[in-house]
Write a protein that binds this ligand. Structure first.
Ligand SMILES: NC(=O)c1ccc[n+]([C@@H]2O[C@H](COP(=O)([O-])OP(=O)(O)OC[C@H]3O[C@@H](n4cnc5c(N)ncnc54)[C@H](OP(=O)(O)O)[C@@H]3O)[C@@H](O)[C@H]2O)c1
Length: 255
């Protein structure tokens, strides 16, 4: 039987916040397509090293790179460290994120700054460093399906994702024709800190397709974008249609 060619053979990727959850699934999916993967992490060293071992078993190279994206020097040198470990980076996935709770009424400037720093500024700095070392490639930014509307209980977070969405479209134009820049907007995938699986399952009933997604659904979109030669400045909503409607049909508790 003929074995399908791996579509990213010989390419190298940097995935931020890769040790767990969605970043973990994206890293594995890229590796299954033949890409070498730089697994960026901050606190999750054990999980990052275990993912590196799992990726290497797929017959590609991997490296675990620690960096606190709040640290200017660590942020600015991360892409170069990935290139030193794996050669030119052709795929950058900006996945790392923070998700604190606040509202329009309670949000503080300091919280807005912190969200912007990790969720928008870090992707911008990494995209610039990426473009400086490679004339060709793909940048994939993890957004949120609520960029189509609001997230009333994570105000600073969703504002920062709106900024990342604007960066995605601006960079798509500025970095064309060599580099494609796209977004993935996940819907209900995994429970945030402090919430359990039941919370996600309950909210899934408000989703048009009446289900939650999996990290592998997001990873499949990342592989599609990383292998596409004719898509840029686009955002793929992987959310069961959640972006098509308001999010609290059952009252404020279902937001
Ligand atoms: N989960 C969902 O259902 C959902 C829904 C909509 C959108 N999204 C978006 O999809 C992406 C992945 O979601 P997720 O839930 O898997 O993310 P997550 O678990 O909340 O965060 C991913 C990683 O970001 C890293 N990170 C946080 N602060 C950092 C810092 N200062 N420096 C370096 N790394 C830092 C952490 O790495 P360490 O663990 O190594 O510290 C963390 O594991 C995010 O961009 C998120 O906004 C997710």
């Amino acid at each position: 039987m003929e074995v399908a060619a791996r579509r990213l053979e010989g390419k190298s990727a940097l995935v931020t916040g890769a040790a767990k959850r969605i970043g973990h699934a994206i890293s594995l999916a890229l590796a299954r397509e033949g890409a070498n993967v730089a697994v960026h992490y901050s606190g999750s060293e054990k999980e990052a090293l275990s993912l590196v071992a799992e990726i290497e078993k797929l017959g590609v190279r991997a490296a675990a790179l620690r960096a606190d994206l709040f640290d200017k020097r660590e942020l600015e040198t991360l892409l170069d460290r990935a290139r030193e470990a794996l050669g030119t980076i052709e795929i950058l996935v900006n996945n790392a994120s923070i998700f604190p709770s606040d509202t329009l009424g309670t949000v503080e400037l300091e919280s807005l700054e912190r969200n912007l720093e990790i969720n928008a500024w870090a992707p911008l700095v990494l995209t610039r460093a990426f473009a400086a070392q490679s004339e060709r490639g793909h940048v994939i930014n993890l957004l949120d399906s609520r960029v189509s509307g609001f997230d009333h209980t994570h105000a600073a977070y969703i504002f920062s994702k709106h900024v990342l969405s604007a960066i995605t479209r601006t960079a798509a134009l500025e970095l064309a024709p060599g580099i494609a820049v796209n977004g993935i907007a996940p819907g209900l995938i995994l429970p945030p800190a402090g919430k359990d699986e039941k919370y996600v399952d309950r909210l899934a009933q408000t989703v048009p397709l009446k289900r939650r997604g999996s990290p592998e659904d997001i990873a499949a979109a990342a592989v599609f974008l990383a292998t596409s030669e004719f898509v840029t400045g686009e955002t793929i909503y992987v959310d069961g249609g959640r972006h098509l409607k308001e999010y609290f049909p059952d009252g404020p508790d279902s937001r």
